[in-house]
Each structure stands twice: as structure tokens, then as C-alpha cells.
Design a protein around this ligand. Structure first.
Ligand SMILES: [Fe+2]
Ligand SMILES: [Fe+2]
Length: 290
């Protein structure tokens, strides 16, 4: 593990379109470059309805940010045109074509000094793997196939041993504290497989409510909020600054103060990292495809 701490801005759920809070977007433009981070991760839901204008506004925002640091972005459930291919009836590509036109790779990998960041795809729209018995979940719930966790595990296995492994996924992998909802179907299997990737921290969003927690007391999870008006319970928006060093994963929340039109440092949580050399976990085989 590198002695130099790695710091990542983690934002999510910008939802460009009618619900985006432009005062927050402008504040992010000013504030994020001052935080000394090595990269920004945007964990999905750039748009509200995957419209061209929404993607173009998101693209302009990301380009401004890229003037200051590398940015990794992944699609959320709002960014895919699932209605063009429900249950994959017309193939997968058509659902993602518009997103890909603006943002490229659906499963990007970004290497920055001291870290490797891998995006995993959990947004499939109306798909068999995402179905539950709850009608509210249709086109909202995600799933994380074994093929995705296996792929990311291989990316991490080939990374330099001292690089911090960061896994980005859209849907919340821990139950929301207010929503009481899991973002992913078959989450117990997801937890097992996320741990097996060798990730040091998981970055996710979707719940529109910030969080800092751990999977089974070992794998740190940063959940970032939304910069739209659709916050959970009407609470202020929050984004996270994640710092990883050899001892701990630290998740610092920054809370939006609308009166002052600025983000203020708020709560922080630190999770100790397991001591000793990295343990390589085989991810071959694994679960069947959901
Ligand atoms: Fe969202
Ligand atoms: Fe979402």
C-alpha cells in the first residue's frame, strides 16, 4: 500500500433536467477543484429521462471538471432508454446507445497515481435479473451480474499491488437508512462477490441519501447523495470526499447550505483497513448469471 493517501471526490445523481439544482452545480464547479483530489467519480443518474439536452448539460459539467482532474462516470437507471428494449427484446446496445454517444464506455477503468478505479454496470432497466415482487422496483432496481464482479476482480488482480482498488456502481449496495431499501436485487450474493473482487472501497449512489458504512464489517462503502431537488426526506444534499491511506478509508461528507449557496464540511467516518499484505481471492467460478 502506498504511503501517499489517495483522495477521490464522489458525487452522484446529478439528474440534469427539471430537478437539477443549478445553484449546487455552480457551487460544485467552484468547489471541487479546491479539494486536492486525484479524481472524481460520478456514480450515475446524470439525467432524469436520458434526453439529449440533459446529457449535453452533464457532458459540459464533466468537461469543466476534467480541466482540473480525471473523471470516471458510469450510467444510472435514469440514463438508459430501457423502454427501447424491455427484457432485452431488441438487444442491449439500443438501451445504452445515447448514453454511450456522450460518455463512451459503460464499464470504464481509470488509473490515477496510487489507485485504480473500475466501474461496474448495475443499470439494466426492465430486465429479468432486476425483477422483484415489488412493483415499485420496476425499472428502478438494479442488479450486478457475476460477470461484472468477475470482470472487476480481474482488473484489480492485474493492478499494481500497492494501488488502492476502488469499485464504482450506481445502485446503493447498503440498505438506505431512510428508504430502508436495497438498490440491488439478490444483494446477499452481491455482497459476497463485491468482497471477492479485492476492492478497498465501493462508491455508489441511487438512494438520494448519503451514507458511510461497511459490508459485513470489512468492505467500506461510500454512498453519495443527489444534487437534484429530489433528496430523501427533504434533507440537504450531500456529496462525499473519500480518502484512503494504509490505515483507513475515511469518508467525509459535505452538506449543501442553500442560504449560503455553498457546501460545508459535515460528518466524517473512518473505517480501519485490514492489516497485512493484500490477500488475493479467487473470483473464478462464482455465482451463476442472475
Ligand atoms: Fe437518482
Ligand atoms: Fe438511480
Amino acid at each position: 500500500m502506498s504511503l501517499t493517501p489517495v483522495t477521490i471526490v464522489h458525487i452522484s445523481d446529478l439528474h440534469f433536467g427539471g430537478y437539477a439544482d443549478l445553484a449546487q452545480i455552480e457551487a460544485l464547479d467552484r468547489f471541487l477543484p479546491t479539494l486536492g483530489a486525484g479524481a472524481t467519480v460520478v456514480s450515475g443518474d446524470l439525467s432524469q429521462r436520458a434526453r439529449h439536452g440533459e446529457f449535453q448539460a452533464a457532458h459540459a459539467f464533466l468537461q469543466r471538471l476534467r480541466g482540473h482532474m480525471p473523471v470516471l462516470v458510469i450510467p444510472g437507471n435514469h440514463d438508459i432508454e430501457w423502454w427501447k428494449s424491455p427484457f432485452g427484446a431488441f438487444g442491449a446496445a439500443v438501451k445504452y446507445a445515447k448514453y454511450a454517444r456522450y460518455f463512451g464506455d459503460l464499464t470504464p477503468v481509470l488509473e490515477v497515481p496510487g489507485a485504480i478505479i473500475a466501474g461496474a454496470l448495475s443499470s439494466y432497466g426492465v430486465a429479468f435479473g432486476s425483477l422483484t415482487w415489488n412493483l415499485r422496483d420496476v425499472a428502478v432496481k438494479g442488479h450486478l451480474p457475476a460477470s461484472e464482479t468477475t470482470r472487476v476482480g480481474k482488473v484489480f488482480a492485474h493492478a499494481p499491488p500497492d494501488a488502492v482498488r476502488i469499485l464504482a456502481v450506481h445502485h446503493n449496495v447498503l440498505r438506505g437508512a431512510l428508504s430502508h431499501r436495497q438498490g440491488l436485487a439478490d444483494w446477499r450474493s452481491v455482497w459476497r462477490r463485491l468482497r471477492a473482487t479485492g476492492a478497498d472501497v465501493v462508491l455508489c449512489g441511487h438512494d438520494h441519501h448519503e451514507g458511510a458504512g461497511q459490508i459485513e464489517g470489512t468492505l467500506a462503502v461510500s454512498t453519495s447523495g443527489t444534487h437534484s431537488f429530489r433528496t430523501r426526506g427533504g434533507r440537504p444534499s450531500v456529496f462525499n470526499l473519500v480518502t484512503i491511506d494504509e490505515r483507513a478509508v475515511r469518508i467525509q461528507h459535505f452538506r449543501w447550505e442553500s442560504a449560503g449557496r455553498r457546501f460545508l464540511q459535515s460528518d466524517a467516518t473512518a473505517f480501519a483497513r485490514p492489516p497485512g499484505p493484500r490477500v488475493t481471492v479467487s473470483v473464478a467460478g462464482g455465482e451463476g448469471e442472475p
